[in-house]
Design a protein around this ligand. Structure first.
Ligand code: GLC
Length: 428
């Protein structure tokens, strides 16, 4: 009797083990069918839902792949820090990463990126703007696919310029005159806001003044940053804040999003920013809806306008465990229909040139026509695996100069020496 109870218990135990292990197998089999990839990218301004919808569509088209969307902070400097720490630490926690245009040579040289040349065969590369294409190419191999392109532009309040009988300014001096005239008459309105915090965005701003005054940073491998043109340009930026009463001091701690909020609340006449902000300004409920114009940045008399080339590229962690799924995903996100959707919803501007003739896009965003030329001629920051070392020399000096802590000529001299040392260390 007791034996039969024991054997029943034993049999019961065996079948339980069987059921559990059977279950386990069932689950793991299912799991094996689906590959999950992790996608890291900077936080999206305005319409984050749109990207999630685009990802959901990819998952529908590829039922064997799931994408985990993991946004990072919006600031490029913070994102860079995250990637350097984690990629150097050989993480496999993410598969796909969105990279600023200035990082790809550095990450490729470090061996952190998968070569994706075959995902973008040579004959297709011509479809992209040259600037970002150069930025993703290192030692003749392609290490990322250009996702969206940026260039500095000038936002202005159409309604206010009309009211006072002005056209958008062509030169920096005109911008000063218009700002001073209108802000004297309008209450609670800043003249011109831009990104002046000590970070990468400041470098993008400063270079636009250098270039639009005929200056530059490097030429044929020589450092030419300490030049009369650059001194004049940097002094002008400082004077916008300290002498001309055109730019409020708050720009010294401003980044893209903080200036976008001020302008978007109707509190500024002019703003320098990237093209994404236009979509946010024209959304329903926006206080400046229909009142915003976009134009090329002004220049110093006798010179030409110049915009810094920005933008983001999609690459794959070299030691990702799911390189095929990751490649499918970056190919999808950079495909013409998805770039078009991103342009309409989030305002990310396509890296594919043909989309600037797309009728739907032109109807939704007529100013995109003018941007084509701005993107075509946008100037890159030095394309080098050592760019981060260079920007770290520039950022504190530019910040000290525009805030009046250091004379612009002194700041530029320090950068000149710093750059010469970097170049010397590279080619002793
Ligand atoms: C934008 C640009 C990027 C630049 C950054 C600076 O995100 O696309 O290239 O480095 O702004 O803040």
């Amino acid at each position: 009797m007791s034996m039969s109870i024991l054997s029943k218990i034993f049999l019961g135990f065996l079948s339980l083990v069987f059921i559990i292990s059977g279950c386990k197998d069932g689950v793991s089999e299912k799991k094996d069918e689906v590959t999950t990839i992790v996608f890291k990218h900077g936080k999206i301004a305005g319409e984050p839902r749109a990207l999630l919808d685009i990802i959901a569509e990819f998952e529908q088209q590829n039922p064997d792949i799931k994408v985990k969307d993991e946004p990072l902070p919006a600031s490029t400097d913070e994102q860079h820090q995250f990637y350097v720490i984690n990629l150097a630490g050989k993480t496999t926690d993410f598969d796909v990463l969105s990279m600023d245009v200035i990082w790809v040579p550095e990450f490729a040289r470090a061996g952190w990126l998968k070569d994706v040349s075959s995902a973008l065969p040579e004959e297709q590369r011509i479809e992209f703007f040259k600037g970002p294409m150069d930025a993703v190419t290192y030692n003749e191999k392609v290490y990322a696919i250009p996702w969206y392109i940026d260039a500095g532009v000038l936002y202005y309040r159409k309604d206010l310029l009309n009211k006072y009988g002005f056209y958008p300014p062509e030169t920096w001096d005109e911008l000063v005159t218009i700002s001073r005239t209108i802000t004297l008459k309008e209450k609670d309105l800043y003249g011109f806001i831009w990104q002046g915090k000590q970070y990468e965005g400041l470098v993008c701003n400063v270079l636009e003044y250098f270039w639009s005054n005929g200056g530059d940073v490097l030429k044929n491998g020589n450092v030419i940053i300490e030049s009369p043109e650059n001194i004049e340009a940097l002094t002008f930026m400082k004077n916008l804040i300290t002498a001309y009463n055109v730019t409020p001091e708050l720009v010294l701690t401003s980044i893209e999003e903080s200036t976008r909020h001020i302008f978007g609340n109707g509190k500024a006449l002019f703003m320098r920013n990237w093209p994404y902000a236009w979509n946010v300004f024209n959304k329903e409920g926006s206080p400046v809806r229909g009142k915003v114009g976009v134009s090329v940045l002004p220049f110093f008399k006798g010179h030409k306008a110049a915009s810094t080339l920005g933008g983001w590229q999609l690459g794959i962690n070299k030691i990702s465990k799911h390189p095929e799924a990751a490649e499918k995903f970056i190919t999808y996100l950079t495909s013409p229909p998805v770039q078009k959707k991103l342009a309409i919803t989030i305002g990310y501007k396509p890296t594919r040139k043909s989309l600037y003739k797309d009728e739907d896009l032109l109807r939704e965003q007529p100013f995109i026509v003018g941007l084509y030329n701005v993107f075509l001629h946008a100037k890159p920051r030095p394309v080098s695996p050592y760019y981060m070392a260079m920007t770290q020399v520039m950022q504190p000096e530019f910040s000290a100069a525009i805030s009046g802590k250091k004379a612009p000529e002194q700041a530029l001299r320090t950068i000149q020496r710093g750059f010469e040392k970097i170049l010397k260390d590279l080619n002793p």
